[in-house]
Design a protein around this ligand. Structure first.
Ligand SMILES: O=P(O)(O)OC[C@H]1O[C@H](O[C@H]2O[C@H](CO)[C@@H](O)[C@H](O)[C@H]2O)[C@H](O)[C@@H](O)[C@@H]1O
Length: 271
């Protein structure tokens, strides 16, 4: 049996622990109150943005980029986007600003705000992509999203197709042994290169100079964010859940994206 070795916190700062009466969010509030430096890792869909029927129909609240820009300045640049979307799409949603980012669940990365986006693996295998597209043609309502290094198959418009979609992908993906994994998210099944995850991405980004001596705080709403929550916790920080299809209001730190944005707004005054 493997024992999970705890990594040292990135910050040599005593962080409070959630107790039966306090939550992880309370602990982060306490850090902020004491002006202890934090670093923020933010998911996009379901965290900063309300869910939409398709990936291209999301509504970006006015002022979101400006808000994140102010928070990033307040935190001396310690804000990163950790998303399942390609970084180019994150840039388009948050334009005109750019942030340190991990995209496609960590399969691509940008380690400086002005730097290039680097794919950390090769483009998605064309044969598998063709097979997936052909399968999707027989499933009206399934939206296929080609993200360069990964594919997302959305069934929000046809929830009744979830099981057949999974069965189809579970038959196709093993034809490429050891190369791809199947992940489920919010009304989506994703086919991603093996070895990448938001947890791995957060560990890499937390090692950047912007995040040195800061307590990492990851905010996310989906199953793929859980690995990043654990990574933040292992580094001495916190994972804050946003309520939605995957996390109940009871277990979540935030009631939804509006609550996250209000909290970020409160950080405008952080020293
Ligand atoms: O890690 P995230 O930034 O939260 O990205 C996760 C996935 O988000 C997008 O899909 C989700 O949002 C869509 C728009 O609201 C929604 O229609 C879909 O049902 C959700 O799964 C995005 O399209 C995916 O590529 C991301 O992996």
């Amino acid at each position: 049996m493997h024992s999970l070795k705890k990594e040292k916190p990135s910050a040599a700062i005593e962080a409070p622990h959630p107790s039966s009466t306090s939550s992880a969010r309370d602990c982060v509030e306490e850090l902020l109150h004491k002006q202890t430096p934090i670093g923020l890792f933010l998911d996009i869909d379901g965290t900063l943005l309300d869910m939409a029927l398709t990936p291209t129909t999301v509504r970006v609240p006015p002022g979101l980029a400006e808000l994140l820009g102010v928070v990033a300045t307040r935190l001396a640049g310690a804000v990163a986007i950790v998303t399942g979307r390609p970084i180019a799409e994150a840039d388009s949603l948050l334009k005109p600003l750019k942030f340190i980012a991990a995209g496609v669940h960590g399969a691509e990365m940008r380690t400086t705000v002005t730097g290039e986006v680097k794919p950390l693996t090769q483009a998605f295998t064309p044969d598998l992509l063709n097979d997936i597209r052909a399968a999707a043609e027989s499933m009206p309502g399934i939206v296929t999203e080609n993200k360069g290094t990964g594919i997302a198959m959305h069934y929000r418009l046809a929830p009744e197709l979830r099981d057949s979609l999974l069965i189809t992908l579970e038959a196709l993906v093993p034809k490429y042994p050891g190369q791809f994994s199947i992940w489920e998210g919010r009304k989506v099944v994703e086919i991603l290169p093996v070895g990448f995850s938001k947890g791995r991405a957060l560990r890499t980004l937390a090692g950047l100079p912007e995040f040195a001596n800061r307590i990492p705080v990851m905010i996310g709403d989906d199953i793929a964010d859980v690995g990043a929550f654990h990574a933040a916790e292992e580094l001495g920080g916190y994972g804050l859940k946003v309520a939605g299809e995957n996390f109940s209001q009871k277990e979540a730190a935030f009631t939804g994206p509006a609550d996250v944005l209000a909290w970020l707004d409160s950080l405008r005054t952080v020293a």
